[in-house]
Design a protein around this ligand. Structure first.
Ligand code: NAD
Ligand code: MN
Length: 497
């Protein structure tokens, strides 16, 4: 057994030969027109693989394979227990291949190897287990129609489901869509983000190894305006589930309207508020979680607690604590197991986040810590964890999603002001409240417009609880049994007696 140190992971990275073709009908294959794009590692600058650049012809082929598999019924109409067993085998295969999967995401988008290995991969495997268990434990309904009829309300898979996902948690985002869609009996097309396509291809290979019939899970790496748009506009895709920016989410609604009125489910951006009241009993815990809530995953988290609202009377003391906690997130080599902040996903995104830092300075916020782009090794995709105080609600850094390690601190003097400030956003994905007053906790939780409100923690997340947004953070819920509703149709069968 090797020491699993930086040298171990660097050596493993050097020998990794990732599959980089499309996965259609149970086989790896090139794009129909042979085109490719480079999958680049943001911390070495090296090309990890030349990846199939799928476009409409490939989406067409994958839809044909998916539809054929769906109609054949080997997955869509099999015994739910068989689905359970295949999904459980896939969960185990994910665990058996944890090192390679963690390395793929670490190399492709720059997250720390420890996070990929200890958080992303186990969560993905756990999610497949969770939906596997759901397969043979859900009952349908009989409606209360009276003595002259028997009305059955049964859940059916919708058919061919497409999933278009971002790069911030490549494997987990794939699982959030694929696991419930498969558990519900659908056939699936998955388009990973162009920045991080490799782990999705591996996932499809492992699914076949687990016994998933050919054509039930297809992976189409490629660009948004090509493969993504072709899925959005396809006349024979029944449902499309998207995670990504609000701007692109809106396009999927338009694609649906312009094509076949496919169901669309959107998990989009956020600007989640974290409210710290002076009556919070454990300000150390609040500061630790506030730092985690924005600096984890380089701040590239849709539900990141990117607006910190602090009651004026504790503002200065809380900011002191925060400065101590954020020191743990100094960026470093993602392949070093001690690193807690890696690189941002690529140079373009790093520059975009820098632009927000510049706008904060220009609009008069105080830069208390960080703000610099760092050059480490061969990469300049590193950003210091950054803290702005003196932020006012009109500033861009208080309103727009930055998707980087930049925290904006605002102050409030009353509960009503805190609630109004928190809700003053086009987004409504998550929120957090720190207070030890029971009544205040419930009052504020009710008043906040967000899909998830965490009390005395941030980012509450579990396979068993729904995740998703209101307002322009989207609609529909991932995770939990509710996610199955997105990928199912209800059928009423009325039998006259
Ligand atoms: P993005 O919206 O640019 O891309 C997301 C996906 O959409 C990618 O697969 C991309 O290829 C595809 N896409 C891009 N343009 C397209 C087009 N014109 N037609 C069809 N598909 C297209 O977002 P991103 O930069 O990859 O990710 C960052 C964003 O994702 C952030 O705004 C973040 O808030 C959001 N996000 C949300 C959640 C959530 O659960 N709500 C989770 C993670 C990320
Ligand atoms: Mn990449």
């Amino acid at each position: 057994m090797h020491a699993r140190d930086t040298a171990f992971w660097t050596a493993s990275a050097a020998t990794l030969r990732p599959a980089a073709q499309a996965y259609i009908n149970g086989r790896l294959q090139d794009a129909a027109d042979g085109r490719q794009f480079a999958s680049v590692c943001p911390h070495t600058g090296q090309t990890l693989a030349m990846v199939a650049r799928c476009d409409r012809a490939d989406v067409d082929a994958a839809v044909v394979a998916a539809r054929r598999s769906f109609d054949a019924g080997s997955w869509s109409r099999c015994h739910p227990r068989e689905r359970k067993v295949v999904l459980q085998r896939l969960a185990q295969l994910l665990r058996d291949n944890a090192d390679d999967l963690a390395l793929l995401d670490c190399l492709d988008m720059g997250k720390p190897i420890s996070d990929a290995l200890n958080i992303d991969v186990p969560a993905t495997a756990g999610l497949f287990d969770w939906y596997a268990e759901a397969c043979d434990k859900l009952y349908d309904e009989v409606a209360p129609t009276g003595p002259d009829a028997l009305a059955l309300v049964t859940r059916e898979p919708v058919g061919v489901v497409a999933a278009v996902i971002p790069w911030n948690f490549p494997l987990d985002m794939a699982a959030w869509k694929v696991a419930p869609a498969l558990a519900a009996g659908n056939s699936v097309l998955l388009k990973p983000a162009e920045q991080s396509p490799l782990s999705a291809i591996r996932l499809a290979q492992l699914a076949s190894e687990a016994g998933l019939p050919d054509g039930v899970l297809n992976v189409l790496p490629g660009y948004g305006e090509e493969a993504g748009q072709a899925m959005g506009l396809h006349p024979d895709i029944d449902c499309l589930s998207f995670t990504g920016s609000t701007e692109i989410g809106k396009r999927f609604l338009a694609y649906s309207a312009a094509s076949n009125m496919k169901m669309v489910w959107l998990e989009c951006g956020g600007k989640s508020p974290n409210l710290v009241f002076a009556d919070c009993a454990d300000l150390d815990a609040a500061a630790r979680k506030a730092a985690f809530g924005i600096y984890f995953n380089q701040g590239q988290v849709c539900s990141a607690s990117s607006r910190l609202l602090v009651e004026s009377s504790i503002h200065d003391c809380f900011v002191e604590k925060l400065l101590t906690e954020m020191a743990a997130f100094q960026p470093g080599n993602p392949l070093d197991p001690a690193t807690r902040q890696g690189t941002l996903v690529d140079a373009g995104h790093t520059a975009r986040v820098q632009g927000f830092i510049a706008s904060g300075l220009q609009q008069g916020a105080s830069l208390l810590s960080g703000g610099e782009r760092l050059h480490i090794g061969n990469s300049d995709c590193y950003l210091q964890p950054t803290l702005f105080t003196g932020v006012t609600p009109d500033m861009r850094i208080a309103r727009e999603e930055i998707f980087g390690p930049v925290l904006s601190v605002l102050r409030f003097d009353s509960e009503a002001e805190a609630i109004a400030m928190a809700n003053d956003s086009i987004y409504g994905l998550a929120a957090a409240v720190w207070t030890d007053q029971l009544r205040r906790a419930h009052r504020v939780a009710r008043a906040l417009r967000a899909g998830t409100v965490s009390v005395n923690t941030v980012d509450a997340l579990d396979p068993g609880v729904p995740f998703g947004g209101c307002k322009q953070s989207g609609f529909g819920r991932d995770l939990s049994l509710h996610a199955l509703d997105k990928f199912s149709q209800l059928k009423t069968t009325w039998i006259s007696l």
